[in-house]
Write a protein that binds this ligand. Sequence first.
Ligand SMILES: Cc1cc2nc3c(=O)[nH]c(=O)nc-3n(C[C@H](O)[C@H](O)[C@H](O)COP(=O)(O)OP(=O)(O)OC[C@H]3O[C@@H](n4cnc5c(N)ncnc54)[C@H](O)[C@@H]3O)c2cc1C
Length: 226
Amino acid sequence: MDDAVNVSTAGDRGDIVIAGAGYAGLHVALRLTTKLRHNPGVELTLVDRHDCHQVLTELPRVAGGTRAAEAVRIPLQDLLAKRVRFIQTEISGFDLADRRLLTEVGPIGWKRLVLALGSRPNDFAIPGLAQRALSLYSASDAERVWAATMTALTAAAGATDPERQRRLATVVVGGGGATGVELAGELAEMLPEEASLHGLAPDRPAVWLVEAGPTILAGSSPQLIN
Ligand SMILES: Cc1cc2nc3c(=O)[nH]c(=O)nc-3n(C[C@H](O)[C@H](O)[C@H](O)COP(=O)(O)OP(=O)(O)OC[C@H]3O[C@@H](n4cnc5c(N)ncnc54)[C@H](O)[C@@H]3O)c2cc1C
């Protein structure tokens, strides 16, 4: 009940609400904390579904088993000054007329809203992809990729036919941008050793990187692409 009262009054005094504690939202919260240090009357509220900032640039390592997921989840309470009020909740919509965020814990009013909810992976409407592929957009996603890879190796180790082992131990990465290339590289380095630990020949796993364009890392220097 106390929480509900607190949430419904957030922003009522004409304060700043930041939706999303990713790179943009967190940066804004930290910058405004500094800029508004002489305006203690302005309340800063940060809203996110997670209570941690996720270092997305490190996800390929988590997905490739070389970094723990916990290492890329930074608790927001360690980053934010006391004056920033953090509310962990799912944002479900916007009431633009009344200037309120609609959330699981009730509406949060704003005078000024900073919208920083990020983006979603694009499956380019390829049939079946969203249902069958794993995405790499959060620490939990990355954990699922690594877990699925280990499950695949276990299944491959249980097969006797080398061709079937190879098929089961093959990882297909869709998209030859920076994330896809990084993930394919991490897996290519890790899989031989992991295969041995599973009782498979080290050269049994394979990694395929699939890209529709003429090169990987489009727009990068030729040296990097090579
Ligand atoms: C795997 C990966 C690797 C990357 N590597 C690089 C790199 O090396 N270099 C680089 O420059 N960029 C990289 N990027 C891109 C970079 O991470 C993004 O450009 C950046 O995260 C965008 O910041 P943002 O604040 O707009 O969104 P995000 O960082 O995605 O933050 C959005 C926030 O909003 C929250 N949120 C979303 N919807 C809701 C909701 N309904 N309710 C509550 N909270 C919600 C999320 O929890 C999240 O905290 C990478 C991205 C990925 C996925």
